[in-house]
Design a protein around this ligand. Structure first.
Ligand code: ADP
Ligand code: MG
Length: 589
């Protein structure tokens, strides 16, 4: 006897529910999307016990009449697509017609709906697939769906639900994503009767981000836009001090739909390369608009992943618009001192300890003498011990008092208009050198100098091969190499800007880098790595004493380069202390 049977309708729905309805948050997502598709302008979500006991979504959208209400919970019923052509230009969030049928098969559902221009509302109840009749009832325009006791007849599924707190967290995340994508909607979220969010559609996106996350995150965002080749991008991007250890705060929306996309995540990461630390993730809100024909949403049951037909375009446009904005913005690192009286300022690691020590030392030596409002940094030649230098520097100081000093042969403390900064001398000089090299190389104006005595070095055959394969790049870097006998080469010329770097040392490291490069590192990335290395070698070292002239030069050069706030590895070069922060610490406010 044959073993194959046709599944009954409720089984089909329950199987579909397994794909679409994983947990209470999935129900909330489907219902919110339906309300948005129904053109609601106000939506209220209310949950109890993490959505396990109750999920209710009420909207003021177009509603359903009695006939539609009877159909809405049947499998594969949708008002959103009519033919296969529609499938290629889906503008609604839903279209598969399986959400309500799935939900109705795994919970107790009561729906009240009233269509525009009708006199009464109608109501339908479904209990795990057992559908009642549609009955008239009283109700406002729009639709209210209540889901009780999700999975109550499926103990195995119910067992997989987490604590009420965890499930509430998932629901909140769904709510946040939809609230961000639809900033013009009035939206409210209640949990066990307590209001979690009440968002007005009139407040704008910035305020919405502040309400959903924090004012600090919202204030740190910079905005940039682009529109090219049918692709429209609006990006709100965060700086370094709101960055995170994971990418949870990166929200990407495609035509109003929250999506996860590897290409886009990669583009964001690339855009921030050298601007924040490599292991940090910036806060990013990215709103993309693209013609519906240019991607496919029908690749994943919950539609969280899409397939772009031209993912390279998406990647390069996003990378381009973010990178340009970031390079043109000096991302500063303001300092947050602890609010309480606290002698041992706790920071992370040795670096902040160094800074703390340096500050303490600095304030010990340079008490503000008279000025009340302004801390001045009078030049004090007498504190130097070399007679010759005092004389020389006194003249210099008279000519031009410098509001900066070096501490611990490592940091520069300089007065600014509204406070002071501490500069990491190596990090800032590294950025300056890097930008200089980059500019000269792209302008083709990197000067190189013949060495008086060529410096020779031994090479293996593999290294000779590497040199040969990269001859164009090496030449572009202003380095001239020539054979100098068997297995020996000599450096003939070397870039003048790297005059402080040992040619042998540099060329040795360059060959190492070229030999070990990741196979698919593109030319741009490779050049970047080389410039990073060059900048690091050429920059003033930590622990190097600087005279006033050098300090002044360093600070002045810092003002002329892009991204001076960050070293090429993305670490801060400069930390800002504002007067208001200081005044708070000294209890003046
Ligand atoms: P889909 O959204 O994929 O069409 P659903 O099962 O989610 O499938 O919904 C089925 C249909 O029920 C929708 O196409 C829509 O016509 C109707 N519907 C669902 N929710 C609402 C709502 N909140 N307001 C008005 N109509 C709704
Ligand atoms: Mg739907």
């Amino acid at each position: 006897m044959g073993q194959i049977k046709v599944l009954d309708e409720n089984m089909i729905n329950m199987i579909a529910a397994g794909e679409v309805i994983e947990r209470p948050a999935s129900v909330v997502k489907e219902l919110l999307e339906n309300s948005i598709d129904a053109v609601a302008t106000r939506i209220t979500v209310s949950i109890e016990d993490g959505g396990r006991k109750l999920i209710s979504v009420a909207d003021n959208g177009c509603g359903m009449d009695a006939e539609d209400l009877a159909k809405a919970f049947e499998p594969h019923t949708t008002s959103k697509i009519k033919n296969s052509a529609d499938l290629h230009r889906i503008s609604t969030l839903g279209f598969r017609g399986e959400a309500l049928a799935s939900i109705g098969s795994v919970a107790q559902v009561r729906t009240v709906s009233r269509a525009k221009d009708t006199l009464t509302a109608n109501c339908i109840e479904i209990d795990c697939g057992n559908k009642g009749n549609v009955n008239p009832c009283s109700g406002d325009y729009g639709t209210t769906i209540e889901i009780r006791d999700l999975f109550y007849k499926l103990p195995a599924r119910r067992k997989f639900l987490k604590t009420a707190n965890t499930e509430t967290g998932h629901i909140t995340e769904v709510f946040i994503r939809i609230a961000l994508a639809n900033a013009a909607l009035d939206m409210t979220l209640l949990s066990n009767g307590r209001e979690i969010y009440r968002l007005s559609g009139k407040d704008g996106l910035g305020r919405r981000i502040a309400d959903l996350f924090s004012a600090e995150i919202s204030q740190d965002l910079i905005e940039t836009e682009s529109q090219e080749k049918g692709l429209q991008i609006l990006a709100l991007i965060g700086g370094s001090h709101t960055s995170r250890t994971n990418n949870k705060f990166q929200y990407v929306f495609l035509n109003g739909r929250f999506i996860h996309d590897k290409f886009i995540s990669h583009a964001i990461k690339e855009a921030y390369r050298g601007i924040i630390e490599p292991d940090r993730f910036p806060v990013v809100f990215l709103f993309i608009k693209l013609p519906f024909e240019d991607y496919d949403v029908n690749v994943h049951p919950t539609k969280i992943e899409v397939r772009f037909f031209n993912s390279n375009l998406i990647h390069s446009q996003i990378l381009g618009v973010l990178r340009q904005k970031l390079l043109g913005t000096n991302i500063e690192t303001p300092v947050k001192l602890p609010a309480k009286d606290n002698d041992n300022i706790t920071g992370t690691g040795q670096r902040s300890q160094n800074i703390t020590d340096a500050m303490a030392e600095f304030f010990k030596r340079h008490r503000p003498a008279h000025s009340q409002q302004q801390i001045s940094f009078p030049y004090k030649p007498a504190e130097r011990n070399s007679i010759g230098r005092i004389e020389k520097e006194t003249q210099y100081a008279e000519r031009h008092p410098l509001n900066a000093i070096q501490i611990h042969d490592n940091y520069i403390v300089a007065q600014t208009e509204d406070g002071f900064i501490i500069v990491d001398q190596h990090a800032l000089h590294e950025r300056i050198m890097y930008e200089n090299l980059r500019r000269r190389i792209s302008a083709g104006s990197l000067e190189s100098q013949k060495l008086l005595i060529p410096e020779s070095f031994e090479i293996t055959d593999a290294q000779a091969e590497t040199i040969k394969n990269n001859s164009e790049l090496i030449e572009k870097l202003g380095i001239e190499l020539a054979a100098f006998g068997p297995k020996t080469m000599a450096i003939q010329s070397f870039p003048s800007i790297l005059s402080k770097v040992s040619p042998l040392d540099f060329v040795g490291d360059l060959i190492d880098l070229l030999e070990n490069r990741e196979l698919n590192l593109d030319a741009q990335r490779l050049l970047d790595e080389i410039l990073n290395m060059a900048a690091c070698k050429a920059a003033i070292k930590a622990g190097q004493k600087l005279n006033d002239r050098e300090i002044e030069q360093l600070l002045a050069d810092g003002k002329t380069v892009d991204c001076a706030g960050r070293c090429p590895h993305g670490r801060p070069t400069t930390i800002k202390f504002s007067m208001s922060e200081l005044e708070k610490q000294f209890k003046r406010t």
